[in-house]
Design a protein around this ligand. Structure first.
Ligand code: NDP
Ligand code: OXD
Length: 314
């Protein structure tokens, strides 16, 4: 029984090595070499080439090698099989580290003090708000959003969150639906985005949404922190909001086009932090172990975990 590694933009070698270690009785195939299509029962995918997963008559499931599944749904020839995504404490903890780091970087004006240090400038002013002065809004209260919200709360930030269905979380003001989003935005000083990319969320971070964030506020203007997906973002609107001062700063891990094109204004914008879509990297070791556990469970007749809802797209 074979597992097919169907990835693009990633070297399949470490994934193959890890899957061979965790599944010694399975053969592991990659798209780079010929394989018997009828032997494939499991596919692991990251931005697989369109059509690569069709005509696999014995395929049982497609495992996304990430928490997000938009890259799987991007295939117009996707077979009608269950799609299971990664839910992994290692990935969750890394994401919360990234979110908390950027919340603190903006709160404690890191860029300003780096600039001052480079210029050997010793000045301070009285504008040093504390976490408890800042209202954070978290868009997406799933596995990642809930963990980040709880950790931001522990640091003393005021935290609210927004999700598709109503939620109740300790210490977090929870909103849902379009009206809930409006109510959350108008009180938000820092917007943390951990939404999946779906038809409903594509382009949500646009001029109209940014204009609803609380202006002024203790940081002098609102901050955008997005590690969800680049397709959520309208980058021209974000740059315009930064230029006009409607946004005070941004931390972006994901982009409309990745790698971020060299000529993007975001690279050198003084109010922007860019990271290369690695807020929470998928470690082949941790993820191959999770995939292997799911395959072994399936072979014992157990259902797959973390199967996404095709209709919702996440
Ligand atoms: P989940 O599926 O657990 O959570 C998604 C959350 O978004 C849920 O709370 C869901 O609401 C909410 N949501 C979805 N659609 C809407 C909508 N239309 N309106 C309001 N809320 C909505 O996903 P994860 O938390 O595990 O991951 C979130 C995303 O993070 C991934 O899809 C991926 O794109 C991104 N990611 C980025 C990484 C990086 O390195 N930059 C690493 C890993 C993930 P409800 O709870 O009601 O369903
Ligand atoms: C993911 C990612 O979806 O790394 O896991 O973006």
């Amino acid at each position: 029984m074979s597992v097919l590694i169907a990835v693009s933009g990633w070297d399949p070698t470490p994934w193959r090595r890890q899957l061979e270690t965790h599944l010694p009785s399975h053969s592991i195939a990659t798209l780079e070499e010929p394989f018997d299509r009828a032997s494939i029962r499991y596919a692991v995918a990251w931005r697989h080439p369109a059509g690569a997963l069709k005509s696999l008559p014995n395929l049982r499931v497609i495992f996304s090698l990430g928490a997000g599944v938009d890259h799987v749904f991007a295939d117009p020839a996707l077979p009608d099989k269950p799609i299971a995504r990664i839910v992994d404490p290692d990935l969750t903890e890394r994401m919360s580290e990234w979110v908390v780091m950027h919340a603190l970087v903006h709160l404690r004006q890191l860029r300003r003090y780096e600039r001052q240090q480079r210029g050997r400038v010793w000045t301070d002013d009285d504008n040093q708000p504390k976490a408890g002065d800042i209202q954070i809004g978290v868009l997406g209260l799933g596995v990642l959003g809930r963990d980040a919200a709880a950790k931001l709360k522990t640091l003393g930030f005021k935290v609210a969150g927004w999700s598709a269905s109503p939620k109740s979380l300790p210490g977090v003001d929870c909103y849902s639906a379009a009206d809930g989003l409006k109510r959350l935005l108008k009180q938000t000083d820092m917007l943390v985005v951990l939404l999946p990319l779906t038809e409903a969320t594509r382009g949500i971070l646009n001029a109209s949404l940014l204009a609803q964030l609380r202006q002024g506020g203790p940081l002098g203007g609102p901050i955008l922190i997005n590690a969800g997906r680049g397709g959520l973002q309208v980058e021209a609107d974000i740059v315009a909001a930064l230029d006009s001062g409607a946004l005070k700063g941004a931390s972006l891990d994901v982009f409309e086009r990745e790698p971020l094109p060299e000529d993007s204004r975001l690279w050198a914008h003084p109010a922007v932090y860019v990271s290369p879509h690695n807020a929470a990297v998928s470690s082949p070791q941790a993820i191959a172990a999770l995939v292997a556990r799911q395959i072994e469970a399936d072979e014992r007749g157990r259902p797959f975990d973390h199967v996404v809802d095709r209709r919702r797209g996440y």
